[in-house]
Ligand binder design. Structure first.
Ligand code: GLP
Length: 238
């Protein structure tokens, strides 16, 4: 895993956007895997400001979606991806894949999503954030390296951390459909973004401890092409 430390969240956004636009300029970006949450927001804002139509033909694949929220709910990841990425970049709705967690049969929805990834030719560049407990996507502690897209139960800490995106903490769903670790590791390149002091411990465990299910992000050590871009606060324990 390579590490680049930047000053702050604004610099994180500039570097994140640089990497994505460079991959596109190199002809190496047809499918962009997108994370949700607060961390990549500065990167998406920079892309919206600078991409100038260059990403409009890229396909988007989301990491995860809450179970039990209608796709139109403002807190759903379907809404997040549409509002913050697809619409600002001019990407058509039919080029956006999000796990269909509103489906009755979650196992079938998971299999369909994996098929969509394969049909699109796989993810060229996967953007990731990291949870304070070391989760990636919604792969909570206990997630194994060979896990695939599946329904999972959210850790209480994750629900609390994500409560800021909902009217009330009780509104945060308890389950999600997430790409597995094995699914994520199939992306050709990975860009992990981390910002703020709350991520320092998880980032140090991810990069410095032997890979294990205790810190799912540590499985990324097994991938040959991971760039971690962290601000100084998130890199403080490295
Ligand atoms: C959520 C998402 C993750 C994201 C994480 C960190 O749980 N499922 O993909 O990386 O939160 O979010 P934030 O960047 O808001 O700290």
């Amino acid at each position: 895993m390579h590490l680049e430390v930047v000053a702050d969240d604004a610099a994180l956004g500039r570097v994140g956007a640089d990497r994505i636009l460079q991959a596109r300029a190199d002809g190496a970006l047809h499918v962009l895997g997108v994370a949700t949450g607060g961390t990549p927001a500065s990167t998406y804002r920079e892309l919206a400001r600078r991409s100038d139509g260059r990403l409009k033909d890229v396909r988007l694949a989301a990491l995860d979606e809450y179970v039990g929220l209608p796709a139109e709910h403002p807190g759903s990841y379907t809404s997040f991806v549409r509002r913050n990425i697809a619409e600002p970049l001019g990407i058509a709705p039919e080029h956006v894949a999000v796990p269909r967690a509103a489906a009755h049969d979650l196992e079938a929805a998971a299999a369909l999503f994996e098929q969509q990834l394969r049909d699109a030719g796989g993810v060229d560049l996967q953007i990731l954030g990291i949870g304070a407990n070391g989760h990636i996507g919604f792969n909570e502690p206990g997630s194994q390296a060979d896990s695939r897209t599946r329904a999972v139960t959210l850790a209480e800490r994750t629900r609390q951390d994500n409560a800021r995106f909902f009217d009330s903490p009780d509104d945060v769903p308890r389950e999600a459909l997430t790409q597995g670790i094995g699914t994520i590791l199939e992306a050709r390149r990975i860009l992990l973004l981390a910002s703020g002091p709350r991520k320092a411990d998880a980032l140090a465990r991810a990069m410095e401890q032997p890979p294990s299910a205790d810190c799912p992000a540590s499985w990324l050590q097994r991938h040959p092409d991971v760039l971690v871009v962290a601000d100084q606060a998130a890199a403080a324990a490295l």
